[in-house]
Write a protein that binds this ligand. Structure first.
Ligand code: F6P
Length: 370
């Protein structure tokens, strides 16, 4: 323990995610109760740090927020202090405002920062670490695609939402003898699709890690028909793409760390199926930001609380430049550099895919078991 730490700042960077408030609460309570620190929260992620926009966090401010969705601090995935966006005379310009952020940390007498974020925000945290700022990161994203931790908080809530949607689609699919296609988020990894698809008894799951072949999807639907199952449920990760094809990009957000926004692959799959199986009705549901909103499930509240407390402990132990991480059942720390090196994707030969195949789920490749 350093003994000199008395003030810390916290911010929620990037897109929101269920469980952010539970982390803010855990950081604040642990910092105040266990270590007698003062805590401030920056508004809208790194924007607040650059603009000196913050609120003091005390036991009252964080009371009763663990079960709530969103973030009391607001968040932003456009405000990178090293390439800060400013609109002037109708034009967007970018400048390095990291000096302003450093100045604000100093004038608030903050000893350092706890950054709750995904790969974009943690990359920024890593740059501040290199400039000598004391930083500890907390892994956040519904996509569960950070390689240095087994689970990110928010993922289980998103899976829960997608799985509930599948349960509902199942009953209406069966009544109308339809093919129902659900598109879920996840960026370049298929974790949400995989977990929701297995949990919601999907017939086909399409993920970016296993490029699909539409013939194989058609074969699966037809096979079910022959067996008397006149409906099918397909879960499509937004990053899924056909063999030899590309991901479907919905739009481009130039101010964002990762400017590509995926979306629309479910509609593409529906059109491809519809062109061949003309007597079957197909409907598409895009779950979108419902997966990011609402109350965190209990698992995420617990994980977020453990991460928040561990982040303060790591900070007080002088483990700067690290991110708290879940390995197996234990919370540990990893270097920020490790945390942002690569994204974690599904192993097509791993046990998750093998288990899904063994219960008859197809992946739109040629290895399906009917
Ligand atoms: O990374 C979280 C995530 O929800 C992705 O699953 C999705 O592709 C993206 O963010 C959507 O971003 P936005 O909120 O900017 O539309």
């Amino acid at each position: 323990m350093t003994g000199k730490i008395s003030h810390i700042g916290v911010l929620t960077g990037g897109g929101d995610c269920p469980g952010l408030n539970a982390v803010i609460r855990a950081v604040t309570k642990c910092a105040i109760i266990e270590y007698g620190l003062e805590v401030v929260g920056f508004m809208d992620g790194f924007r607040g740090l650059v603009e000196d926009d913050y609120m003091p966090l005390d036991l009252k401010t964080v009371s009763g927020i663990s079960h709530t969705g969103g973030t009391i601090l607001g968040c932003s995935n456009r405000d990178n202090p090293f390439a800060y966006n400013t609109f002037r005379q109708g034009q967007m310009t970018q400048s390095d405002e990291s000096e302003r952020a450093l100045y604000n940390l100093e004038h608030l007498a903050l000893d350092g920062l706890i950054v709750i974020g995904g790969d974009g925000s943690l990359s920024i945290a890593n740059r501040f670490d290199k400039l000598g700022v004391k930083v500890v990161g907390v892994p956040k994203t519904i996509d569960n695609d950070l390689s240095a931790t087994d689970v990110t908080f928010g993922f289980n809530t998103a899976v829960n939402t997608a799985s509930e949607a599948l349960d509902k689609l199942h009953t209406t699919a069966e009544s109308h003898h339809r093919v129902m296609i659900l598109e879920v988020m996840g960026r370049y990894a298929g974790w949400i699709a995989m977990h929701a698809g297995i949990s919601g008894s999907a017939d086909v799951i399409l993920i970016p890690e296993i490029p699909y072949n539409i013939e194989s999807v058609l074969a699966k639907i037809s096979e079910r028909y022959r067996k008397g199952k006149k409906f099918s449920i397909i879960v499509v990760a937004e990053g899924a793409f056909a063999e030899g094809g590309e991901m479907v990009v919905q739009n481009y957000v130039p101010t964002s760390h990762d400017p590509i926004r995926l979306g629309g692959v479910a509609q593409k799959v529906a059109e491809e199926i519809g062109a061949r199986l003309k007597n079957i009705e197909i409907r598409v549901t895009v779950l979108g930001h419902l997966q990011r909103g609402g109350a965190p499930v209990p698992y995420d509240r617990v994980l977020a609380t453990r991460y928040g407390v561990a982040a303060v402990e790591a900070f007080m132990e002088g483990k700067y430049g690290t991110m708290v991480s879940l390995k197996g059942t234990e919370i540990t720390t990893v270097k920020l550099e490790e945390a942002i090196k690569e994204i974690r994707r599904i192993d097509p030969k791993g046990d998750l895919v093998r288990a899904a195949r063994a219960v008859g789920i197809g992946f739109g490749d040629n290895k399906q078991i009917t």
